[in-house]
Design a protein around this ligand. Structure first.
Ligand code: PLP
Length: 394
């Protein structure tokens, strides 16, 4: 049985229509299929491959770590150099109160940890989240995800979650002295690329501080220069109590983290000890990859690159079919007039070797999130092909 047959017969499917690309290898901004076709990855494996695929520094770091050790112990017991080195490098980029990192394996695990940590620290169990927010598919993260269509099949979820309108100042008094935490994405990703308003985000921060609720920023998609700054909270000048990270963190290796203060993390050490552990969180190979990724990102002026990509995309994709291009940096969404033709555009791009996609919650929004290493010539070519395909349908 070849890989394709096995995929359809033995791999649990997530929809009736998988994209079904038969991947052979990937390099830089490209994915190559087994039959030799080249695709431009214009969504970075959903905001992961910011440095492109198989960045040489990441590959080298992984290989070096492979020669030393793989898993040696569950999280939090042994001192492993890649973890310590990365935690130091990461926290050096953050405001001083975000000085402790808890490593996990994925985005949803980072959010799970953040929710539990908030309960433990505040002794409260009420959460505030936002409509159209997306935080992952495990039970806790799903409980604070703001789309009923995804939540309803799995009810009951966490009982004490209240959803407010994103960017709406009206209901902020719902955040009160019973609230353990408020969780939000500074730029909603799967909800349709919706940036928070600066004043609103500041008001949320103020309200949380006023009532002693923790503020959790899910920067799983927005992190690591995707939006033009290392983290999106830097656009806003608003610092969360807990910062959740994953996706682009380790250059294509599985990795997540939630970052907070020593004081807040005290809760995880006692009552009882070991109340939040993970076997593979902070895997040494992933940490080595994360270290190489962040070092490369810091060297490369990737904030400027993300902003340059934004400007190029916004100025080139000028077409009557486009209602709006929104988002920041290289995390953009192109809103088209109508769902069926949007689907055709994405399909035609795919046929022409350009990988685009939707966001999870919107079928008229085309996700544009190229790797930050993409050169102008390839960017221009890709954008002109997208324009030609829009012409075909409108
Ligand atoms: N949070 C946000 C904002 C996301 O975009 C995602 C994934 O798309 C997640 C959480 C879940 O991350 P993971 O798929 O690594 O569990």
């Amino acid at each position: 049985m070849d890989a394709e047959q096995s995929f359809y017969q033995h791999i649990a499917q997530t929809s009736d229509h998988p994209m079904g690309l038969v991947v052979d290898k990937a390099e830089g901004p490209f994915i190559f299929t087994r039959d030799g076709k080249r695709y431009v990855d214009f969504i970075s494996g959903i905001a992961v491959s910011s440095l492109g695929h198989r960045h040489p520094s990441v590959i080298e770091a992984v290989q070096q770590q492979l020669n030393k050790h793989l898993h040696v112990m569950v999280y939090g017991e042994f001192i492993q150099e890649p973890q310590s080195k990365y935690a130091e490098l990461l926290t050096r980029q953050l405001p001083p109160q975000l000085d402790r990192v808890y490593f996990v394996n994925s985005g949803t695990e980072a959010n799970e940890g953040a929710l539990k940590l908030s309960k433990k620290h505040t002794g409260r169990h009420h959460f505030v989240a936002f409509r159209h927010g997306y935080h992952g598919d495990t039970h806790g993260s799903l409980s604070v995800t703001g789309r009923d269509v995804y939540r309803d099949p799995y009810l009951p979820l966490l009982p004490d979650v209240e959803f407010l309108e994103f960017n709406s100042p009206e209901m902020l008094e719902s955040i009160d002295n019973k609230t353990a935490a408020v969780i939000l994405e500074p730029i909603q990703g799967e909800g349709g690329i919706i940036p928070a308003d600066r004043e609103w985000l500041r008001a949320v921060r103020e309200r949380c501080s006023e009532v002693g609720a923790l503020l959790i920023f899910d920067e799983i998609q927005t992190g690591f220069y995707r939006t033009g700054t290392l983290f999106a909270f830097q656009h806003y000048g608003v610092v969360p109590d807990i910062l959740c990270l994953a996706k682009a963190m380790a250059g294509g290796m599985p990795m997540g983290a939630f970052v907070s203060s020593s004081k807040i993390f005290e809760g995880f050490k006692q009552d009882p000890p070991l109340n939040h552990v993970t076997t593979f969180g902070g895997h040494p190979v992933s940490c080595a990859a994360a270290c190489a990724t962040l070092s490369e990102l810091l060297k490369g002026d990737f904030g400027t690159k993300a902003r340059h990509i934004e400007q190029k995309i916004k100025s080139t994709l000028d077409h009557p079919a486009i209602r709006e291009i929104r988002g920041r940096g290289a995390m953009l969404g192109m809103e088209l007039e109508e769902a069926e033709r949007t689907r055709q555009v994405v399909e035609d791009c795919f046929a022409e070797g350009i990988i685009l996609g939707w966001t999870l919650h919107s079928n008229t929004l085309v996700r544009l999130a190229p790797p930050l290493i993409m050169e102008d010539a390839l960017l221009d070519d890709t954008l002109h092909t997208i324009m030609d395909i829009l012409d075909r349908h409108w």
